[in-house]
Design a protein around this ligand. Structure first.
Ligand SMILES: [Zn+2]
Ligand SMILES: [Zn+2]
Length: 363
């Protein structure tokens, strides 16, 4: 069509009066420009429409493949879940109570023992370059007697507090209403996990900050802060009251409020457990979430009360942390080069002086 217009436009010139006047030359130039403009518009429209059609076709194909993929993996996970239900005899109490306790306990100790082996032996030595803590009041590698002390309190918390809490949690979930049969969709799981993270942040930040109230601190939270340079399994080394209000309740509130499927709840508890073990480990490993914020909390006591850091920013309880080298290092390490080499202490004089300044103020 545009070709036809162009043809008509260009044919007009010979039809114009044969006498070559200045006005006719001008009119010819104008016609040529119009033709060029129309040609450009035509090309633009063709490219744009082709791009839109290609994009829609690509998007629909991609969506189709993704749906097929999630559909297929959904079947895979459903069959895995059926196996778990088989082991539990398709009994709701076995799944909700025994299953939940065993799942959380197992994750804590399988991963916790891996960290503990490093903490006890200092081996494999090549991993020590990812250690972010300077030897403070804890020698490293740690002694067996220190590990025994932690083990004792952690097992007390897991058995004497964790078991009754899980039992109560099971009946609360039944009261709330939830599903433990057909698995939810992938998108729903992601949505629930996101909400669980936010609910935990609220619960953990405020309960933790309350525990730092000078009137309460020495009776409850001081025990957890015995470890100024913590190791992974000190994640739930704390007073039983703290274990209930800071470690168990905040992660449990999400699944309770949302009425989450048991499998979603287990996935969430697993992620929360891995997160807290990592946050206390003192190791900033490549491709792991950064442990810098909570490690700094153990070092300074009055900074970084939350998990995500959102409420700390809101309440200004990360103001000193944000002036430090640890804050610069508070990123996910995306290479094998240790974070201390990527952000060495010496490079920034101003940050170092800030660091020294805040240390002397707080201590
Ligand atoms: Zn801690
Ligand atoms: Zn604390």
């Amino acid at each position: 069509m545009f070709g036809r217009i162009l043809q008509v436009l260009t044919m007009k010139s010979p039809d114009s009066p044969s006498a070559v006047t200045r006005s006719s030359v001008a009119s010819e130039e104008l016609s040529t420009r119009r033709a060029q403009l129309l040609s450009s518009i035509k090309t633009f429209i063709v490219i744009l429409s082709t791009s839109i059609i290609s994009f829609i076709a690509f998007r629909n194909t991609l969506t189709w493949y993704l749906q097929r993929f999630w559909g297929a993996s959904g079947d895979f996970w459903q069959s895995q879940w059926e196996k778990v239900l088989d082991v539990c005899g398709h009994n709701e109490f076995n799944v909700g109570f025994f299953g939940s306790f065993i799942a959380t306990f197992t994750v804590y100790w399988i991963v916790g023992m891996c960290y503990t082996l490093i903490d006890l032996t200092g081996r494999p030595a090549f991993l020590l370059k990812y250690k972010i803590q300077e030897p403070n009041n804890t020698a490293y590698p740690v002694s067996r007697s220190q590990i025994y002390g932690v083990l004792r309190q952690v097992l007390i918390n897991q058995f004497l507090i964790g078991i009754p809490f899980t039992l109560m949690g099971h009946y609360l979930m039944r009261w709330r209403g939830y599903d433990w049969g057909k698995l939810p969709t992938f998108q729903w799981v992601i949505l629930e996990l996101s909400l669980c993270i936010l609910i935990e942040e609220l619960g953990f930040y405020y309960s933790h900050r309350l525990l730092h109230n000078p009137r309460l601190y020495k009776y409850i939270h001081k025990q957890h802060h015995e470890w100024q340079t913590p190791i992974a399994i000190t994640a739930i080394y704390c007073h039983p009251i703290e274990h209930i209000f800071s470690n168990l309740l905040p992660p449990f509130l999400g699944p309770l409020v949302l009425g989450s499927h048991t499998a979603t709840a287990w996935l969430w508890f697993t992620l929360a457990t891995l997160s807290t073990l990592n946050a206390h480990s003192g190791f900033h490993f490549p491709f792991f979430p950064s442990p810098e914020a909570h490690d700094y909390h153990h070092l300074k006591f009055n900074q970084n009360f939350g998990v995500l850091g959102v409420l700390d920013r809101l309440h200004g309880t990360d103001s000193q942390f944000r002036k430090t080298k640890a804050y610069e290092r508070h990123i996910m390490l995306l290479s094998l080069v240790p974070i201390k080499e990527l952000y060495p202490d010496e490079t920034k004089k101003s940050t170092k002086s800030d660091d020294t300044c805040s240390t002397s103020k707080e201590e």
